[in-house]
Design a protein around this ligand. Structure first.
Ligand code: GLV
Ligand code: MN
Ligand code: MN
Length: 422
């Protein structure tokens, strides 16, 4: 796509080849022994942050790391004012993909490059952000950078939360260039950001199936997560009659199936997953004495989420009573789903329309940093397709042409918001 590409300013268009090269560069900054793994606070995370800071500087952005470790590139506007902010995350899940989060950070960088190369200064400042630890961490929390920015995580909580090795979240934040003792400095006031825009891969199949390159997101689901500990009685697997066993794993298996059943029964777009489980002592000839597992429920409707959680807690209590074990259910996080404002949805659709990019409205089943930034300002989200809807797996794939089309819509949306808000 040549200069212009239908954009409302005479600017170079986002380049699919450059975006693909960026994806490849970040692909190299993952663990060599696990496909596309770059967990937050790891050496790979630090390497990716350094890579991004260098690319941001080349694009003419002034780079800093805030107290929460968020990497921020800023381009001043023609006048002072609240910035337009583009962001997402570079951390991945275990054996994650090459695009989840990464697509949005690279799209923001590419927008900054196009503005820089075209010599176009927006009326207001532009910021591009790589948020710290969007994915789940061993501290029981995800979306750590955007949580801190929106005032939902303070220095005391960061000092208190520990991973299984005893390291504090504060130490982890400091290890990527943050200053957890001064976490409040990362906090931004409501109204201090003009608009937040996040491009992301869909992580579901609707765009891919329809052959449409851009989704305009209308609502974002949010997770409610629980740590469940089942305590039974550790016994000999040969000598203990079935009638007197208190098998923690058999009870946990019922809890796992209850998660699946309840999400299905409640319906209304609820989903439920047990994605992690640990058995003690985990030997073939021992009746398990203790099991912990992590359960994750998502939904768009607050009433459906409430009903699901209520039924889940009741089911856990019922399993405990019937099997003579204890089932402790500890809530880890409960985020609120988000309906995106009609104005922003219309603006985003109009931007796509204006530059001739086919689009459709979609809902996000995954959660995003945008859920938290929405406390500070109106937010907008654009999706690009991922092949067969696959994500959080090594097969995750987005065509560079689709990523470039989404980035072009993002750039046009920035230009239009900058005009309309001024
Ligand atoms: C983020 O990847 C999420 O769990 O939705
Ligand atoms: Mn993810
Ligand atoms: Mn993501």
């Amino acid at each position: 796509m040549g200069p212009g590409a239908g954009l409302s300013r005479d600017l170079p268009a986002p380049s699919a080849a450059r975006l693909a090269a960026d994806v490849q560069a970040l692909e190299r900054l993952t663990r060599s022994d696990r496909p596309y793994t770059r967990r937050a606070f790891s050496d790979e995370d630090r390497a990716a942050r350094a890579w991004l800071a260098a690319r941001m500087a080349e694009a003419g952005l002034a780079v800093r790391t805030d107290a929460a470790g968020n990497v921020i590139g800023r381009r001043e506007g023609r006048a002072p004012g609240e910035p337009l902010v583009l962001g997402s995350h570079l951390d991945t899940v275990e054996e994650g993909g090459r695009f989840d989060g990464i697509a949005g950070v690279l799209a923001g960088l590419e927008v900054a490059r196009c503005l820089d190369a075209g010599g176009h200064r927006l009326a207001r400042p532009l910021e591009v952000i790589d948020f710290t630890c969007e994915e789940p961490s061993d501290f029981g929390l995800s979306t750590i950078g955007s949580r801190a920015m929106s005032g939902k995580l303070d220095a005391a909580a960061a000092a208190r939360l520990r991973d299984s090795s005893g390291r504090s979240l504060a130490a982890a934040i400091d290890s990527v260039g943050g200053q957890a003792a001064r976490l409040d400095e990362a906090r931004r006031a409501p109204g201090s950001i003009a608009r937040y825009l996040e491009l992301h891969i869909e992580q579901s199949a609707s765009l891919d199936q329809a052959g449409v390159p851009v989704g305009v997101v209308t609502a974002i689901a949010a997770p409610s997560r629980f740590r469940v500990t089942v305590r039974g009685r550790q016994d000999h697997a040969g000598g203990t009659p079935m009638a007197i066993r208190r098998d923690a794993l058999a009870a946990a298996a019922e809890v796992v199936l209850a998660v699946e059943r309840i999400a299905r029964e409640v319906g209304r777009r609820m989903v439920g997953t047990v994605g992690a489980l640990d058995v003690r002592p985990n030997m073939v000839n021992i009746v398990p004495g203790e099991v912990w597992l992590l359960a994750d429920f998502r939904g768009i409707e607050p009433a459906a989420i409430d009903l699901t959680v209520e039924r889940f807690e009741a089911a856990a209590a019922e399993v405990a009573a019937r099997r003579g074990v204890t089932v402790e259910v500890v809530p880890l996080m409960r985020d609120a789903p988000l309906e995106i404002g009609a104005d922003m949805v219309a603006e985003a659709a109009a931007a796509a329309e204006a530059i001739g990019v086919p689009h459709r409205r979609v809902i996000s089943g995954a959660s995003h940093d945008a859920n938290h930034v929405a406390r500070l300002c109106p937010i907008g989200m654009l999706f690009v397709p991922c092949r067969d809807g696959r994500s959080h797996c090594p097969d995750e794939w987005t065509e560079p042409a689709d990523l470039a089309a989404g980035t072009r819509v993002l750039l046009e949306l920035v230009l239009r918001l900058d005009d309309h808000l001024t």
